[in-house]
Design a protein around this ligand. Structure first.
Ligand SMILES: Nc1ncnc2c1ncn2[C@@H]1O[C@H](COP(=O)(O)OP(=O)(O)OP(=O)(O)O)[C@@H](O)[C@H]1O
Length: 331
């Protein structure tokens, strides 16, 4: 179903959602005024650590959950007013496997198509096409329980595509995949968004994945969008270089932080485990001075680099903590 209204393909406006805490615990604020817009035919990324509110957003947009307040539109349709129409316009690939391991890949696809109201003939034809597209044609008639993790994940995505959705929700599509399967999935998502001219909402907690796939992205933290733009725009907001110093395993990060804190050339100095990060207008000048201070303090350094800003630096800049630390806090 194409979006013919000229409205953004996805629009979330000031969404809030709280969950009851249970067993006398405080309520959990999952969304705290979250807003974003995604244009038709693009891959839009929601990037944030575990617990940031990404899945809750996807559940509201895909009609599986209701917001406490705020509004959301998918393909120009109000999700709260017309959930039935939204369901026909979307595909949803959840974090958990949806295919039945005791059926073949083809059987899973045909069943999904039939449940979505396709005729038997149409469902078989679309299943054939998707098995080819995802290089699963040889495995298509094997039970899913014999598939690798990467193959099962591709099948889940294919199931989400059976009804030719205008908008596809991909909730952490590569979590748990090995690097090779992850790279393959990235290539499929890129190809899919171009060939099917679909809008894709991708949630991820991998910075590299957001950088590679999303034409625009929103960084989500504690249920709010703290920054949004193209990955390049977000990185270009930060001037200067990023200095990263990895300390030896026996080194005390607190002592190291104190040692380099007095260097005026460095700003936004932060530690995550044994890795120190800082920003500098001229990283190549600041780094040797920082290393000398660490040496004076008796701190052993395992590696040191100067690089252009990454999305990790963007995250740190907007939230005051590194992405790795935020992940650790929420796990
Ligand atoms: N059904 C629920 N009941 C209670 N709290 C919930 C429920 N679902 C989510 N939460 C809480 O709401 C917050 C946001 O969770 P959400 O799953 O949306 O985050 P996320 O960014 O998708 O994280 P993840 O990457 O781990 O899925 C978290 O603190 C989470 O513990």
């Amino acid at each position: 179903m194409a979006n013919t209204t000229g409205a953004p393909a996805l629009e979330a406006s000031a969404l809030t959602k709280t969950y009851p805490g249970g067993r006398g615990r405080h309520t959990v604020t999952a969304l705290d005024g979250l807003s974003f817009e995604a244009s038709e035919g693009t891959v839009f990324g929601l990037l944030g650590p575990n617990g940031a509110g990404k899945s809750t957003t996807v559940k509201i947009l895909s009609t599986l959950s209701r917001a406490d307040s705020g509004r959301a539109f998918v393909a120009g349709i109000d999700v709260a007013a017309r959930p039935d129409r939204v369901r026909h316009a979307i595909g949803f690939v959840a974090q958990k496997q949806v295919s039945d391991p005791m059926d073949t890949g083809r059987e899973n696809l045909v069943l999904a198509g039939r449940l979505q109201g396709m005729t038997g003939g149409d469902a078989k034809a679309r299943a054939y096409e998707l098995l080819q597209r995802f290089s699963l044609e040889e495995a298509g008639d094997r039970l899913v329980k014999t598939y690798s993790g990467g193959m099962a994940r591709k099948l889940d995505v294919a199931i989400g595509l059976m009804n030719r959705p205008a908008v596809l929700f991909l909730d952490e599509p590569t979590t748990g995949l090995d690097p090779e399967a992850r790279a393959e999935m990235w290539a499929e998502i890129e190809r899919m968004s171009v060939e099917e001219r679909m809008t894709v909402l991708l949630t991820t907690h991998y910075l590299e994945e957001a950088d590679r796939l999303a034409s625009r992205l929103a960084i989500v933290d504690h249920g709010r969008v703290v920054a949004s733009g193209t990955p390049e725009e977000l990185k270009n907001e930060l001037r200067g270089d990023t200095v990263v110093i990895e300390l030896g395993a026996e080194s005390d990060a607190g002592v190291a932080l104190a040692a380099i804190a007095r260097l005026d050339l460095l700003r936004e100095v932060a530690a995550a485990g044994h890795v120190l990060r800082a920003r500098a207008d001229a990283g190549a000048t600041a780094l040797p001075l920082a290393l000398a201070l660490l040496d004076d303090a008796g701190i052993r350094v395992a590696s040191a680099t100067v690089a252009r800003p990454s999305l990790d630096d963007v995250y740190l800049n907007h939230t005051g903590r590194t992405f790795a630390r935020a992940q650790g806090e929420e796990l």
